[in-house]
Design a protein around this ligand. Sequence first.
Ligand SMILES: Cc1ncc(COP(=O)(O)O)c(C=O)c1O
Length: 455
Amino acid sequence: MFIPDLSGRSGPKFIALADSFAEAIESNEIKANTKLPPQRILSYRLGVTVGTITRAYQELERRGLIEPKVGSGTYVKDRQAEQDTFYHPITNREGIDLAICRPLLLSQQQHLSAILQDLSDEPTAQKAVLDYYSAEGLKGHNHTLQQWLTKRLQCDIDNRRLIWTYGGQHSLAIIVHALTRPKETILVEGLCYAEFVHTCQQSERKLVPVQFDEMGIIPEDLELHCKRHKPRLLYLTPAVQNPTGIQTSDSRRLKIIEICRRHHVLIIEDDVLYCPPSHRKTPLVAIAPDITLYVGSFSKYFAGGLRVGYLIVPLSLRGEMQKALRANCMHISPLMIDLVCRWLTNGAMQHVDKEIALELNARHRLLNQYFPQHSNNVVPGFNSWIPLPEPLTGYRFSQRLQDKGVHVREAEMFTVGRYPPPAAIRISLTGPTSRNQLKTGLEIIRYEIDLRTED
Ligand SMILES: Cc1ncc(COP(=O)(O)O)c(C=O)c1O
């Protein structure tokens, strides 16, 4: 019989209880059609009231995870059978998936159901979201995004600089197409978000890697490549580097901006990866709004399936970027933008932001048990970078882990051109659907490293 462990969980007891069951169900620790423990027995074993157990079971029922059967008890739903008829989300691979960087789904489903209810009561809004949309966006939506960004980024953003997109990846593809031509050079960090590399390769742009250290990209190397290649764009992830988690230091930010200004290079500031509130810094777009294209997205902060993101562009590029968006997809679905704006104004987004910070904190505490983290300039985000001791290499080690049922990404997947891959792997702490699964994955990785480096 599954008895939840409530230690380390904060908030109301019934929610902690429901969360613990939900994790076990999501990770298949409790299988479909399993009968849940009778409420009285569970209340006795956990030392909580029967009322608390009833509320927890009601919460699980509301989340669609369990169903009561009259006269027989409460059972875990067979969601696979439900999904097979209609829905096909990314299914978990066999084993433990520490490769995919997915959003942490906490109370989002609750917010979705509430907001759809609101929308169903508002005929005017329904009409608006069913119509074509101007590339400039609906006035109220842009205003909502502007207000939220002004607070979040701590700088004034002119409404006219905002462009809605279908997420970070879409923004990146539009920028590359709008501002460069085939064969032109784009500078990138030596280890780089792989889908940006694919976008550039598919459209035959040339990528040149810039060296970086624990402070960000190295100014001397940037200067050298600016002189040599005369690029129009530099692609950076200064808040949380993908894959290493390094955060570009303040002094480096200023140096990079100074060099780019001198060489007429525009900066793509990709701020899609989740950054905990305690580590958020002034973004480049606040320091150099005239040369920075800021890429934001709600994928990691709320839900990846929404496909909603936004760009903050220099005013001088507004027309060019809007034209590129129209050529690409006409406009973003106003329905999706409407949902996001409602969550931005009704407090849901802030609520989820806090929930993510708490859950991620708990997952980092687990990580620290197996891989104590030391560096100051590394952000405790969704991903963690694990350097490997000699003689291990990222590629071989990740193959080995795969044989053990653990999926990770090796450094080689992120290298650009001839940039030398360090011996390291990237693990995503949000890939596993439960903390238990994460713990097992970390245990296996630790064991496999120690096994290969003993004596
Ligand atoms: C650095 C970076 N940029 C952009 C994206 C794409 O984000 P979205 O899901 O909003 O398209 C990702 C996705 O993982 C990412 O890691």
